[in-house]
Design a binder for this molecule. Structure first.
Ligand SMILES: [Zn+2]
Length: 67
């Protein structure tokens, strides 16, 4: 069974394997309970990026459930 990576509860970024802290939001909670998956290549041209307040290209979860 594949391990589910954590996602940052603040910016929704999906973190690398084994990483349990967002490099941009060290104080934010991370969660393995997230839904949806988007690959943002060009945040400036992406409606989803604007809606999620994403400024950097990368992998993001649409919804992150933080306990
Ligand atoms: Zn973050």
């Amino acid at each position: 069974m594949a391990k589910i990576p954590f996602a940052c509860g603040e910016c929704h970024r999906i973190l690398e394997d084994g990483v349990d802290q967002c490099p941009h939001h060290p104080a934010a909670k991370v969660s393995a309970d997230h839904q949806g998956y988007v690959l943002i290549l060009n945040p400036n041209r992406s409606e989803i990026a604007k809606r999620l307040n994403i400024a950097e290209p990368g992998k993001y979860a649409l919804k992150v459930n933080v306990r």
